[in-house]
Structure formats: structure tokens, C-alpha cells
Design a protein around this ligand. Structure first.
Ligand code: SF4
Length: 377
């Protein structure tokens, strides 16, 4: 077993965290059948600590795996078709899919075609990803991806480099070829050093013919509640993207869903469900203030943290700030972006960053949890 200490774990390369090994699973098309979800919950309870994360790339992480259980876990993942044949295949399958796809539609077909060409892509940095944002209106614009398939406002299918305002018109048949060409351009023009496409485009111009069609505006953000028509399903919010395996199992069984779809926005779509009665640990109110709060696992789950994050975040959520981020350390894993208010753990206390990133200069340092309550009133 090769244990990764950085931030791109997968099932073949787990990461060692404060609460044990962390194993990431990449559901194909973001979808897990009821059998697969229940098995993941069971694996989490048997081999891990019962904590499951929903990531910002719509993946699932099982936390707290003991090293002695890791082999058994892999076997179980393989049995339920949740494991790629090797680490290389798995790391290339970094595909984010719009949750509003239907069996046999263009997104489904595109996913199948792009999956087949992944081994023909050049070697790219591990964070590089592909977005299949080919619903009626694109909605994955704020989610991490470098190569974006989407429609423009005239329903022209295009491939757009992240960071570019325009894309290249393509046909479904040549989508894999267009992706390979763009990936090779990225590699050959020095993109590997930049690490990500948007960063690369700050200093490099894309070929002009790849910028012929303007991207259309993004759809409104999805919220907890019924899926937009004509899709049949119900979105539930997952506070901080953190699921308890027992609570998740109860929700799945009670909702009588047939499958779930993961999203990059801490929302899960329960396929076929129209109403939810009791979703205790989940968010069904689209105005719940927790939806505006980001918080990483913090201490003790992460060995880099010296403060609690989520318990404090729940207390502060009622203050309804324009945007609140509790980060266990300056790395800012839960929300590596600017926030109205960011609280960063350092040496067992909190630093306050106003209108900045977790790694920016704080305006106040060494605050206790009770200081925060008063300060943010
Ligand atoms: S931001 Fe949070 S999860 Fe990320 S390394 Fe720091 S403490 Fe850990």
C-alpha cells in the first residue's frame, strides 16, 4: 500500500489523516446504486470510523480506516464495482458530471466516450479534471475542472478550457479527439508547470480557433428540495459535506431511493424521491444558514489542525454572515477561496481574516471560541 500525504488520495493510494487512512472513491457519473451506497456505509462502519465525506469534486471519502483493514476494504470495493483496476486508471478518471443527466442522453454518451480515451491523454498533474456540464444550462462553472464540455446558448456542443470565456465547437463523435488535442496543447505549451488550465491561460493564449463560441451564463445554484422538472428526485444538503454512515443508511432506506447522485455542492440527489419526511441529519430547507458555512474536519480528525471547526461553525452559523469559513489551518481545504469571514486555527486559537483567504494576513489573532461569539455579534 502506498500512502499519500498530499491532498489527492484515491482508493489505491489512501491518505494518512489524523483519524486514520482516508480512502477516496470516484463514483462513475457521480452515481451510486442503492446497493453501492449501503455497502459504502457498511464498509465505513466496519473498517472505518463511520465518517464519510462528500468532496467538492463529487467524490466520496471514507475516513478513519485502520491499516489492517485496508486490504479487506479494497476487496469489498472491487466486489461492488467501485474500484478501478489500478491507480493510474483511477487517477486519470477525474470526471465531474452534471447531476441532471438521464440514461442515454448526451452526457451519458459523452461520459462513456471520454472514459474510453483517458489512457490516450498525456500525463497531466493529478488535480487536472474534466467537467461534463452538458445539461440544458451549464452549472459546474464554480466546481474544479480544466476541460469543460458544455453547450452554448444555441445548443452547440463545445469544449472550453477553464479560464477561457469562449469554447471550441465540436461534434459528439470527435469529443475525445478534441480533448486529447487540448490536453496535448496544455502539456506542450508548459501547462504542467502552471499546474491548472486557468492559471496557464494567464500567460498563454489558446489557439484562436478554439475560442469561437461564447459560453452561456451558468444556471442558478441548486438548493435542497425537489429536483428541477423534468427530473424526478430530491436534493438533500449535507452539513459541511460530512455524513454519518448510520444516519446516511437511515436516510437512504427511509427515502426508498433507487440510487443517489453526488454533487460538488454538498448536495445529494435522491433519485426518484419526491418528498422527504424526516431527514434529521440532513438539510431540506433551502434557506438553512449552514449552507453558507464552510468548515473542514479540523481537530482531531486532521493532524494539521489544533482547533475544533465544525462544532464552532454550527454555533456561528446562526449569525447568518454573508459567508463564513472555519479552517483548521491556513491550508483552507474546505474552501480555498475568499470569504467574508474566515477563522483560521493556529496554536489552539483562531485568527480572523476579513474578506480574504485562509492564508492571508489576519486582522486579529489568538481568539478563543467564546471571543468569536462576541466578536461576530
Ligand atoms: S485546512 Fe483543515 S483539513 Fe485541511 S489540512 Fe488544514 S486542518 Fe486539515
Amino acid at each position: 500500500m502506498s500512502v499519500v500525504k498530499g491532498w489527492c488520495p484515491d482508493a489505491h493510494r489512501p491518505m494518512l489523516s489524523g483519524d486514520g487512512l482516508l480512502v477516496r472513491i470516484r463514483p462513475r457519473l457521480g452515481r451510486l446504486t442503492i446497493k453501492q451506497v449501503l455497502e459504502l456505509c457498511e464498509i465505513s462502519l466496519t473498517h472505518g470510523n463511520g465518517a464519510i465525506d462528500l468532496t467538492s469534486r463529487a467524490n466520496i471519502q471514507i475516513r478513519g480506516i485502520r491499516k489492517t483493514n485496508y486490504r479487506k476494504l479494497l476487496d469489498r470495493l472491487a466486489t461492488f464495482d467501485l474500484l478501478d483496476k489500478d491507480s493510474n486508471t483511477e487517477s486519470r478518471r477525474n470526471i465531474l458530471t452534471t447531476p441532471l443527466w438521464k440514461s442515454g442522453d448526451i452526457t451519458d454518451v459523452l461520459h462513456s466516450e471520454i472514459s474510453k480515451c483517458l489512457s490516450d491523454l498525456p500525463n497531466l498533474p493529478s488535480k487536472i479534471g474534466i467537467a461534463l456540464d452538458t445539461g440544458l444550462v451549464p452549472m459546474l462553472g464554480t466546481a474544479s475542472a480544466d476541460f469543460r464540455f458544455e453547450f452554448n446558448s444555441s445548443r452547440v456542443l463545445m469544449l472550453r478550457a477553464d479560464g477561457a470565456t469562449h469554447g471550441r465547437a465540436i461534434e459528439l463523435d470527435n469529443a475525445p479527439e478534441a480533448l486529447i488535442q487540448m490536453a496535448k496543447w496544455f502539456q506542450e505549451s508548459g501547462g504542467i508547470q502552471a499546474g491548472r488550465m486557468a492559471r496557464h491561460l494567464v500567460t498563454k493564449n489558446l489557439p484562436k480557433e478554439w475560442q469561437s463560441h461564447p459560453a452561456q451564463p451558468q444556471a442558478k445554484a441548486l438548493k435542497p428540495g425537489p429536483a428541477p422538472s423534468p427530473h424526478k428526485g430530491y436534493f438533500v444538503g449535507v452539513p459541511f459535506g460530512s455524513l454519518d454512515a448510520k444516519a446516511f443508511t437511515s436516510l437512504i432506506l427511509q427515502a426508498k431511493t433507487t440510487a443517489i447522485r453526488c454533487t460538488p455542492w454538498r448536495l445529494i440527489l435522491l433519485e426518484g424521491v419526491e418528498e422527504i419526511d424526516n431527514a434529521y441529519d440532513f438539510i431540506t430547507d433551502p434557506n438553512d444558514p449552514i449552507l453558507k458555512v464552510h468548515a473542514c474536519p479540523g481537530a482531531p480528525a486532521c493532524s494539521s489542525a489544533t482547533v475544533e471547526t465544525r462544532a464552532v461553525a454550527r454555533l456561528l452559523a446562526s449569525k447568518n454572515l454573508a459567508g463564513l469559513h472555519l479552517s483548521g489551518c491556513a491550508k483552507g481545504c474546505a474552501h480555498p477561496h475568499l470569504s467574508h469571514t474566515t477563522l483560521v486555527g493556529q496554536n489552539g486559537a483562531y485568527n480572523l481574516v476579513e474578506g480574504g483567504h485562509p492564508w492571508d494576513q489576519p486582522s486579529q489573532q489568538g481568539l478563543s471560541a467564546s471571543d468569536l461569539q462576541k466578536l461576530l455579534d
